[in-house]
Design a binder for this molecule. Structure first.
Ligand code: SF4
Length: 239
């Protein structure tokens, strides 16, 4: 595991490699980001950005969306996948916002995760980007990048979130998530492009790759045991 100082240095280097890192979802307020993040499950930000302009034109706030029916909403979010569950979640989320929070998005993890379709990752996205509350969303990219570099261990998002938050000041939590997500999408892909990476010198995975290559290069080559093939001219001809 890395120290806090090294972790800060790594996040700052990633921020320089991916300047202006931010969520790639388009939104104008916390309600729009919450709805867009619910739609982004099992989809891509680009695909969600294609459907949200028409969605938010028709349902600009929680009060409007709470009155929608699934039949009205489903065609609008169809292309993001799982459209029935997502439509139900959007209507349920908006209904609770109106009934319990005056139509506003609460700046509180427990209240957010009590909403339909909202898990800890979605809540952290909204808290960190739209409500000014430090949050560190952990998705599959953050899991991969943090484990490879050696900032965290394990594949449980909540545990990795706690490890990263413990290493960084709250003011860097959201940035740490944004830069690792972009790094995972652009550079530290499942097949990593380490030659383009700004944090190679601090990365455990890269160090292990180097050791493996060095060990393989230092290993003596095994002697050839295969008997030499007799030359055609030396082969005995059948009589
Ligand atoms: S050096 Fe390679 S494995 Fe390590 S963070 Fe960079 S791209 Fe990922």
């Amino acid at each position: 595991m890395k120290s806090s100082a090294i972790t800060r240095r790594i996040i700052e280097a990633l921020a320089r490699q991916h300047p202006n890192a931010d969520t790639e979802l388009h939104y104008r307020n916390a309600f729009e980001l919450l709805a867009a993040t619910i739609l982004s499950a099992q989809s891509t930000d680009a695909r969600v950005n294609l459907v949200t302009p028409a969605l938010f034109e028709r349902y600009p706030d929680a009060r409007a969306m709470a009155k929608a029916t699934p039949e009205e909403l489903e065609p609008l979010v169809l292309t993001t996948g799982f459209f029935r569950q997502k439509s139900k979640a959007l209507i349920g989320m908006a209904t609770i916002l109106v009934a319990e929070h005056g139509g506003d998005v609460p700046a509180d993890m427990a209240k957010l995760t009590a909403l339909p379709g909202v898990g800890r990752k979605t809540a952290n996205v909204v808290l960190g980007h739209a409500l000014g509350v430090p949050g560190l969303p952990v998705d599959r990219h953050v899991l991969r990048v943090a484990n490879r570099i050696g900032l965290a261990q394990g594949d449980d998002p909540e545990s990795v979130e706690a490890q990263l938050c413990g290493l960084l000041p709250p003011a860097q939590w959201t940035l740490a998530s944004d830069v690792q997500i972009l790094h995972g999408r652009r550079v530290c892909k499942p097949k990593p492009l380490c030659d383009r990476c700004a944090v190679r010198s601090d990365c455990d995975y890269f160090a292990q790759l180097g050791e493996t290559r060095a060990t393989q290069a230092a290993r003596p080559r095994p002697a050839t045991t295969k008997p030499a093939t007799p030359r055609a001219s030396a082969r005995k001809r059948p009589s």
